[in-house]
Design a binder for this molecule. Structure first.
Ligand code: ATP
Length: 378
């Protein structure tokens, strides 16, 4: 599938009259679309890359797909775009089936925008022409103006007349981003659009991209490996593992109430302490945690968030001893030996809160911020 297949060139159509000067930028996509996956499966021989994915992306919503390498994120985007067909299940855009047992709408008819990791630019076109390529329905002057406008927003307008081979990898990536965004598609699919960029540039591009997606009300799925990026960009985050969506929700909900240990690890730094169920509970030094779903003698994992471990004067909380301190700039990691725990606990705190002269401390742990999961969760 070539990138050019995604655009519907209409070079032979009469060009619409040029817009008068001073007119505001083009409006958003004509309507905001919803995107729905219903029990989508994708099989490659023996391998089940997707195992019944169900997801509803509301019009104008931005959903980030988060998960480890190989969990099926790209496959799901490829199915949404039409590059790939589902083995079972359906995909709907604004309620219309675009892939399913009865129907398959080819990519160029779905009006989706794509930015995939292999963002090959057209080598024979200048940067501005690469970006203007998807705007064939506009008068050439207007297409050029739009293309330059978006290039400016990704900090690339001064390279407009250059050719792709004259740009660095990161610069080409910014051009690819501009090219994906400029047609203002109703549905935008982006596969790790900010990977490999330095932190400063990444943050700037994230902000610009977000602003443009919001302005155009593009219904968007953005794939990322980074929880912080997902939290920054998404209205909701869908966490994937082994071809399944294991949890969907707002960042705050995933952080506060993770569905399993895997999700908990993504959204907070935790101490994982193996514990055995006894009398229907994990009997810990900070009180019992009742686990009716687990059987007597089952192994569980007590998850104590690093930020939920706090230091106090000796005599308060559990007796503890500072084993080592790792400064991280404005924060610090403090490893503690704590009475009643067989393994060290790590606390994460502001550097100014780390005691300077004492090794013996009291340790306070808020039981309300402790989670328990079955040990065989993963
Ligand atoms: P990454 O984060 O590394 O890009 P991903 O979550 O996007 O990973 P996918 O690219 O969707 O993962 O791949 C999911 C699984 O499907 C992987 O095990 C991959 O090897 C397999 N797979 C993907 N495409 C094909 C294909 N065309 N033929 C066979 N197997 C494939």
């Amino acid at each position: 599938m070539k990138l050019s297949d995604f655009f519907t060139p209409r070079a032979t159509e009469a060009a619409p009259p040029a817009e008068p000067k001073g007119r505001p930028p083009r409006a958003s996509a004509a309507f905001a679309a919803s995107l729905t996956f219903e029990a989508v499966e994708r099989r490659y021989g023996e391998l089940m890359a997707l195992r019944g994915v169900a997801l509803d992306v509301a019009p104008g919503e931005i959903v980030c797909l988060l998960g480890p390498s190989g969990c099926g994120k790209t496959t799901l985007l490829r199915i949404a775009s039409g590059i790939e067909k589902p083995s079972r299940g359906r995909v709907l855009i604004s309620g219309h089936e675009v892939a399913g047992p009865e129907r398959f709408v080819p990519p160029e008819k779905r009006h989706v925008g794509l930015m995939f990791q292999d963002f090959a630019l057209f080598p024979h076109l200048s940067i501005v022409d690469n970006v203007a390529f998807g705007l064939k329905h506009l008068a050439p002057a207007e297409a050029q103006r739009e293309a330059r406008g978006v290039l400016a927003r990704v900090g690339m307008v001064r390279h407009a007349e250059k050719f792709p081979h004259m740009l660095s990898g990161g610069e080409q990536q910014r051009v690819a981003l501009a090219r994906a965004i400029v047609p203002r598609p109703a549905v935008m699919l982006m596969d790790e659009p900010f990977s490999g960029l330095d932190v400063h540039l990444r943050e700037r591009l994230q902000e610009e991209t977000l602003a443009i997606l919001r302005e155009t009300r593009a219904t968007s799925i953005i794939v990322t490996h980074h929880p912080e990026e997902a939290m920054r960009l998404a209205d909701r985050i869908a966490v994937m593992r082994n071809g399944r969506i294991v949890q969907v929700g707002r960042a705050h909900d995933l952080h506060r109430d993770p569905a399993d240990l895997f999700v908990a690890r993504l959204f907070s730094e935790i101490n994982e302490i193996p514990w055995t169920v006894s009398g229907g509970a994990l009997r810990t030094p900070i009180g019992p945690f009742f686990v009716p779903e687990l059987a007597e003698g089952d192994n569980a994992i007590l998850c104590v968030r690093q930020r939920a471990v706090q230091l106090a004067p000796v005599g308060e909380g559990l007796p503890g001893r500072i084993v080592r301190v790792k400064p991280l700039g404005d924060s610090a990691l403090v490893d503690l030996a704590v009475q009643g725990f067989d393994q060290e606990l790590r606390a994460r705190m502001r550097e100014s809160e780390v005691p300077q002269r004492t090794v013996e401390v009291g340790v306070l742990i808020d039981p309300g911020r402790v989670l328990v999961f079955p040990a065989d969760d993963l």
